[in-house]
Design a protein around this ligand. Structure first.
Ligand SMILES: NC(=O)c1ccc[n+]([C@@H]2O[C@H](COP(=O)([O-])OP(=O)(O)OC[C@H]3O[C@@H](n4cnc5c(N)ncnc54)[C@H](O)[C@@H]3O)[C@@H](O)[C@H]2O)c1
Length: 456
């Protein structure tokens, strides 16, 4: 029998979870505190960019309801997934206020519920919620930790074909109910206590972030000793003990999860009396990595004052419009501080980024963005950028310098197309003579090339 399912929070995790359970045949009711978000969903508009999500919501419209009222969810569903945000506080700890809001909204009845925590919460949170429930006479409310491992951009596939399902419970029958829900997905189910389940999520994200910072440092050393990090990563990744994933160097990790989860685990360890030295370095390496592009630009352009630099990609990764903690934000403000004129292009994240990028000229058209630029920096590996090294782009740029912050393009192809190419951990192009920057009106820069602008 399909159980009716409740979802608290209509963000990436909540909406993907809702759409996927509805697709598996469950009736699902989704609650968010943002009335506008709920109105959009009711009208068939999807408030986030996640490939396939719109179609899945649409296809399962009959099994999905949206509401702003917690009571509607508790009235209809007995299994309620908590998918609210747990952003960082100023201290680096996780802000659990939205989680506690949900707990506080539980109705004072004897109806049996299971509250399933999908939000990423610090180890020990479930124990505290359980104690609170028992202290308020709500032993009828079960609690299960079922951390979410989806990645934005591939979230639906990640839900439908997960590597594993983690179910941490206080009472085994509550864990059984959640394990059964996932049976048809055919993934291994890891049954644990609640605190271990919470720790699996933090440890997984911290490990992936560590892998990224590690390969970024290897890339930086490659630049010093004349090695090519792409070849190094390929050679490492074939070792089954290492594996090929998360060995792509770049301009640092961002997004709504890695930075906050790594920081929250570090703080949690510190609050418990343990100094997590490795994570301190992982965070520092990542911060420095986001700025290394500035050094590469200076190598070719000298002072960046009055230079025009275009950031290609604002989202923290392709196939999402999420700009939370994106490397583009750090780079943009660094470049502005250097006195550069900063432009930015992204196929879907312009509106999400707009309030965060005062002083940056945002362009929806790629050719408009690069026109008159002294350098183009690939920050997000959008597929559209595969075609960047083409004659119109070269002709439109004042100086054909591409800094590939994701090692997305083939250096030889780019150089053959007449560009100067710099990647991360790859051998740089020789520095050409630097022309003094000439003040250039945008309209003047665009004039010869706009006719060629291709439709996206
Ligand atoms: N985004 C990811 O890739 C990802 C992956 C795995 C885990 N997670 C974790 O899942 C959680 C949710 O992440 P997200 O990216 O979906 O967040 P999000 O910010 O996109 O969405 C959270 C939603 O919860 C809503 N909300 C806040 N308080 C609420 C309440 N009391 N009741 C109902 N809704 C409420 C917000 O309005 C918002 O729409 C976080 O803990 C995150 O760390 C996220």
């Amino acid at each position: 029998m399909r159980e009716p399912i409740g979802i608290m929070g209509a963000g990436w995790v909540g909406l993907v979870t809702a759409a996927c359970y509805a697709d598996l045949g469950h009736d699902v009711i989704v609650r968010d505190v943002e009335a506008m978000r709920i109105a959009d969903l009711e009208a068939g508009r999807v408030p986030i960019h996640e490939p396939g999500l719109g179609e899945l919501l649409d296809r399962n419209r009959d099994r999905l309801r949206f509401t702003t009222r917690a009571a509607d969810v508790f009235h209809r569903a007995q299994i309620v997934f908590v998918c609210v945000g747990t952003p960082p506080t100023y201290s680096g700890d996780a802000d659990l206020s939205a989680v506690w809001q949900v707990v506080n909204e539980l109705p004072d009845t004897t109806k049996r519920f299971v509250l399933v925590m999908k939000s990423t919460v610090p180890p020990g949170t479930g124990e505290r919620v359980r104690a609170w429930l028992d202290g308020h006479g709500l032993s009828n409310v079960g609690y299960v930790s079922n951390p979410e491992f989806l990645a934005e951009g591939t979230a639906i596939a990640n839900f439908m074909r997960p590597d594993r399902i983690v179910v941490g419970s206080f009472r085994s029958e509550e864990g059984d109910r959640i394990a059964v829900l996932h049976e048809e997905l055919g993934a291994p189910v890891v049954r644990t206590d609640v605190t271990s389940a919470e720790m699996i999520k933090y440890a997984s994200n911290a490990f992936l972030a560590t892998k990224i910072s590690f390969i970024n440092e290897i890339a930086n050393v490659c630049e010093e000793v004349g090695a090519d990090v792409s070849l190094v990563a390929d050679g490492m990744g074939l070792d089954q003990r290492i594996g090929p994933h998360f060995l792509r160097p770049g301009v640092g990790y961002g997004g709504s999860c890695f930075p906050k989860d790594v920081s929250a685990l570090k703080q949690l360890a510190g609050n418990s009396g343990y100094h997590f030295q490795l994570l301190t370095s992982v965070i520092e390496v990542n911060e420095l990595q986001k700025r290394r592009v500035v050094g590469k630009l200076r190598r070719h352009l000298g002072s960046l004052r009055e230079r025009t630099v275009v950031l290609l990609g604002l989202a923290f990764k392709p196939d999402t419009n999420d700009v939370r903690e994106a490397s583009s934000l750090v780079l943009a403000s660094r470049l502005l501080a250097e006195g550069a004129h900063v432009r930015a292009w992204d196929p879907v994240a312009i509106e999400a980024a707009r309030p965060l990028l005062p002083g940056v000229q945002l362009c929806e058209d790629l050719l408009e963005a690069v026109s008159g630029a002294d350098a183009a920096v690939i920050v997000t590996e959008w597929n559209e950028l595969k075609a960047l090294p083409r004659p119109e782009v070269r002709a439109a740029m004042r100086r054909p310098l591409i800094v590939d912050g994701r090692n997305f393009l083939d250096p030889d192809t780019v150089r053959q197309a007449g560009f100067t190419y710099e990647g991360i951990g790859r051998q740089p192009s020789p520095v050409e003579e630097r022309p003094a920057p000439q003040p250039l009106e945008l309209s003047e820069a665009l004039a010869p090339s706009l006719a060629d602008v291709p439709a996206r």
